[in-house]
Design a protein around this ligand. Structure first.
Ligand code: PMP
Ligand code: GLN
Length: 386
């Protein structure tokens, strides 16, 4: 393209490149490697979901839905939240359907964080949070999940709170570590935020993927926390449809009013027939309640595959990610190791240092086990040879 004027762009995000998920998935495709990097299933979703969605399309339900989402979907979400966490959210005022959790997170940050405000995040931190904070002129303040148990240190978090702290973002079950926050963690958060104006943004997209009989601790189940929180979830994770990009956010009406002010001009709303299809499909609760045992079998299968390898597996209490130390195999930095594993061994993974602002490298990589057993077995055979 020819342009006479040389435009100088002063990037708002000078240190941000292409997300690691795009980089590693592309490398996997280029090398023909088994892709255990970006988190998505390699198996098909339930045909009943497609039929319900196609029915909606054929019935002519193809125009704009209400800004907050289809009423039947918001009611189904309210019913699910009540059944799981014992609290009724108002489907008209307190639940909004979003274009995936990513948009919910970005919009929530844009709605509440002003220039110069501080937002506390926990490292290793999911990659979309900090760019969203910085895009709106906020400042990320970093707390740490300890290595290798990935637990928060709440007294340290207390010392990071300042008059400028506007938001704390938590994520449980946690990507990339597979760790969980429990009731004591949430109690500590209640104490920390009491009598402040801090909004809690709780990323609970893996709420149904919790293992070994444990229960997901949602901020929704604690009234004092719920009243200052927006909770985010994603149908992509729950129904194996990451490419549909549909999620939702729920929270107290005063917070949701502010969220929607931005949402209506950010995406306005989310496609109609998929919302109707999901509303119909989610009425059968076994479809989300069965997810934990479904993925627990995959976790155990994948861990068995790596038994006898030189990878050292860290605990995985939830999500569909398994972390592994590789210091018995190589002393390369994790980004290099991930590239090498993809190119030379044929298995793509995510290096965990990308989730640290200073590139802290504990020589740990992340595997996604949301895959068919044949895929996990083929990867296991390669990984045991390393
Ligand atoms: N938060 C976390 C912790 C995630 O792992 C993901 C995606 N895997 C998202 C948010 C984004 O979800 P979505 O694909 O629905 O935008
Ligand atoms: N959340 C997914 C993961 O952690 C990736 C989502 C994306 O590619 N943006 O792998």
């Amino acid at each position: 393209m020819k342009n006479n004027h040389k435009l100088t762009t002063d990037s708002k995000l000078p240190n941000i490149g292409v997300t690691i998920f795009t980089v590693m998935s592309k490398l996997a495709a280029d090398c023909g490697a088994i892709n255990l990097s970006q988190g998505f299933p390699d198996f098909q979703a339930d045909p009943a979901l497609f039929e319900a969605t196609l029915r909606a399309m054929r019935d002519g339900r193809n125009q704009y839905p209400p800004m907050a989402g289809m009423p039947e979907l918001r009611t189904a979400i309210a019913d699910k939240i009540e059944a799981l966490y014992g609290v009724r959210y108002d489907s008209d005022q307190e639940i909004t359907v979003t274009a995936g959790a990513t948009q919910a997170i970005f919009t929530a940050i844009a709605a509440f964080v002003r220039g110069g405000d501080e937002v506390i995040v926990f490292e290793p931190v999911y990659d979309s949070y900090v760019p969203a904070i910085e895009t709106v002129g906020g400042k990320a303040v970093y707390a740490q999940l300890g290595f290798p148990d990935y637990k928060p240190d709440w007294s340290r978090v207390r010392s990071l709170i300042s008059p400028r702290t506007r938001m704390i973002i938590i994520n449980s079950p946690h990507n990339p570590t597979g760790s969980l926050l429990d009731a004591e963690d949430l109690a500590a958060l209640v104490e920390l935020t009491r009598d402040t104006d801090i909004v809690v943004l709780s990323d609970e997209v893996y709420e149904h993927i919790v293992f070994d009989g444990e229960r997901h601790a949602s901020v929704a189940s604690i009234p004092e926390l719920a009243s200052r929180s927006l909770v985010v979830s994603s149908f992509g994770k729950t129904y194996h449809i990451t490419g549909w990009k549909i999620g939702y956010v729920f929270g107290a009406a005063d917070l949701m009013t502010e969220f929607r002010k931005v949402h209506q001009f950010n995406v306005f709303t989310v496609n109609t027939p998929c919302q109707i299809g999901i509303a119909d499909y989610m009425r059968d609760a076994s479809r989300h309640l069965g997810l934990a045992s479904f993925y627990e079998k995959k976790r155990d299968f994948f861990r068995d595959q790596l038994r006898g390898s030189r990878f050292e597996l860290l605990p995985c209490r939830g999500t569909y990610f398994q972390l592994a130390r590789y210091d018995k195999i190589s002393d390369r930095p994790d980004r290099e190791f991930a590239q090498w594993l993809t190119r030379e061994v044929g298995v793509a993974v995510i290096p965990v240092s990308v989730f640290y602002q200073d590139g802290r490298d504990d020589r740990v990589v992340r595997f996604c086990f949301a895959k068919q057993e044949a895929t996990l077995a083929a990867a296991g055979a390669k990984l045991r040879r390393v």
